[in-house]
Write a protein that binds this ligand. Structure first.
Ligand code: GLC
Length: 580
């Protein structure tokens, strides 16, 4: 079988096992609470491993459970090698790890080393004086000549990226919250600490890491002002995919990832295709794969997250196609995803979460899982969970949302206008508790949940779906299994087949005499779709050489050159090509 033209694909037996895997992302705070505290915990995840195994999951990505003041729900780490009591104990972690292994699954930990919490002992030392040995673990600068911040870089959560420290008269850099101080990777001691903490977890037997905003760790050491000539003009071009990033990643690979045989995925903020090829091409010895977010900005007018607009369907399709084709040509590997804990639910954002909720959820799954890469399923996605129905800002918890609610009003919006934006864009949309059943607390907690439960849990919950052959859950299970059985999912060459169709996204995957065809109608109206002539002649003769692998509706159209797709109709066919 040909390998889809990917000459740099690993030839080793097991080194790229994760290409056929599906990763499940667990936001522990909202997954399962075993104590009645209202906050999910590690033992809750252990309890639900059978569920994940049933789904066919190979890798469980556990989001941060380290000691943290929880200003950014654990992405503000105060101690990298201890478990936050809110989530349990190290014994709970070891038990989880053993139970994961027992099921032949793998555990992936979230590593947050662009910054630490200002509660970390390194930072507490660093701020004591300019000559403290930990001072240089962080990024300090004098005020600008006329006073004020050293440069005009903006924090991702709103406001300036610098915090003034009274005691020592300098500013420290915080690209996220003001309690998340950026670590100084130029300092070899910092890199040594990172190797140490990664080794600690690797020694405990975890199989991999998800590296939080890892492409921001190398800053332009001149710290120039952003003159705004390149949007969004907030300084990011001076620290995104920065000058020494590849060197730093190669060091981590050489010292930790490779010796322990880890699977790694980098979260790449505002990155480029060219950089992601370098990060993930195995010859470069950096990471296994990368997340990028371009396809999740197609509803940001001019890149502005805090302004609303309907999403640009053509752009969504072009971005997927560009990254599929580009990563394939460059020998890189995509982490495929539509949801995570920082994004509103794709179901509500790109499709219909009301009348066509089930069809929509299945359509998104087919469209994503047919592509090349390693798919990620974010908790709740596999049961078609929509955005919750927010009634007021008081129901929200996320630091970014609360900051922006204030900032939008400062910019002149009324509270009502600001809330209308926040409720669409808030990261809390994906952070409401997992509905396990229709009982009290949705089976998530016996107490009061830390954030509201979506009221639709009596209808949308796990229990409802496990035994229903037509459920979204069963649909995901099928797609996850197909990827493991059929090499074409990992190897096939991607070709886009929809010629700017206003409703339909269609693509093929080609491998030898085999093909996959994926056709999805992203609209609430029937859509007419015609397969291009060149494909039709190879694919539709002799009749009967195709098999429907998955569909979003009870009955699928017959595979013909011209088809009428029902609302949110999405289908995946396996085809034996007729080559002359
Ligand atoms: C990443 C995380 C996000 C966090 C940020 C800062 O984007 O996914 O949740 O707020 O990094 O650590």
């Amino acid at each position: 079988m040909q390998s889809g033209g990917n000459s740099t694909m690993h030839h080793g037996q097991t080194s790229d096992w994760w290409k056929k895997s599906t990763v499940y992302q667990v936001y522990p705070k909202s997954f399962k609470d075993t104590t009645g505290s209202g906050t999910g915990d590690i033992r809750g995840l252990t309890e639900k491993l059978d569920y994940l195994q049933e789904l066919g999951i190979d890798i469980v990505w556990l989001q941060p459970v380290y000691v943290s003041p929880q200003n950014d729900n654990g992405y503000d780490v105060a101690d990298y090698c201890s478990i936050d009591p809110a989530y349990g104990t190290m014994d709970d972690f070891d038990e989880l790890s053993a139970e994961v292994r027992k099921r032949n699954m793998h555990l992936m930990l979230d590593i947050v080393v662009n910054h630490s919490s200002t509660e970390h002992k390194w930072f507490k030392e660093a701020r004591k004086s300019k000559d403290n040995p930990y001072r240089d673990y962080y990024i300090w600068r004098d005020p600008a000549p006329g006073g004020g911040v050293p440069n005009n870089w903006q924090s991702k959560f709103g406001g300036p990226a610098w915090q003034y420290d009274e005691a020592t008269g300098q500013y420290f850099l915080t690209l996220y919250d003001k309690t998340q101080a950026d670590l100084n990777w130029e300092n070899p001691s910092v890199r040594e600490e990172v190797v140490k903490l990664m080794t600690f977890w690797a020694d405990k037997g975890v199989s991999g890491f998800r590296l939080d905003v890892i492409n921001l760790i190398s800053k332009n050491q001149d710290f120039p002002d952003d003159d705004g000539s390149v949007p969004p003009g907030d300084g990011r071009r001076f620290y995104t995919d920065g000058p020494r990033i590849h060197e730093f990643l190669k060091e981590l690979n050489r010292r930790v990832f490779k010796p322990y045989g880890l699977v790694t995925v980098g979260e790449m903020s505002s990155t480029s295709l060219e950089s992601c090829i370098l990060y993930s091409n195995p010859e470069q010895e950096e990471l296994s794969m990368t997340f990028n977010f371009h396809h999740l900005k197609v509803d940001y007018p001019n890149g502005q997250k805090w302004e609303l607009m309907p999403y640009d369907f053509e752009q969504l399709k072009s971005l997927f196609s560009r990254w599929q084709t580009g990563m394939q040509a460059g020998g890189g590997w995509n982490a495929l995803f539509l949801n995570n804990h920082d994004q509103p639910r794709a179901l509500s954002r790109f499709t219909d979460d009301g009348q066509y909720r089930v069809e929509s959820a299945k359509l998104l799954a087919i469209t994503l899982h047919g592509m090349q890469g390693t798919p990620y399923v974010f908790q709740g996605e596999e049961i078609g969970l929509p955005n919750p129905q927010w009634n007021s800002i008081e129901e929200m918890r996320d630091i970014e949302s609360l900051n922006m609610f204030r900032i939008l009003q400062k910019q002149g919006k009324s509270a009502k206008e600001a809330f209308a934006i926040i409720r669409e864009r808030s990261r809390d949309n994906s952070r409401t508790p997992m509905p396990w059943n229709d009982g009290p607390g949705a089976g998530f907690t016996a107490g009061t949940p830390w954030i509201k439960l979506d009221e639709r849990y009596p209808e949308i919950n796990v229990q409802n779906q496990l035994d229903d052959p037509d459920s979204v859950f069963q649909h995901y299970k099928k797609l996850i299994a197909l990827r493991k059985e059929m090499p074409i999912f990992t190897e096939g060459t991607f070709v886009r087949l929809d010629e700017q169709h206003p409703q339909v996204f269609a693509y093929g995957r080609l491998s030898g005499d085999e093909a996959l065809l994926v056709v999805s109608n992203f609209s609430g109206n029937p859509a007419k779709y015609s397969l291009p002539d060149s494909m039709a002649s190879e694919w539709l003769k002799p009749a009967g050489a195709s098999e429907l692998l998955a569909g979003s509706t009870q009955t699928a159209p017959v595979l013909e050159q011209e088809m009428i797709l029902p609302p949110y109709g999405s289908y995946m066919w396996f085809i034996r090509r007729q080559q002359s």
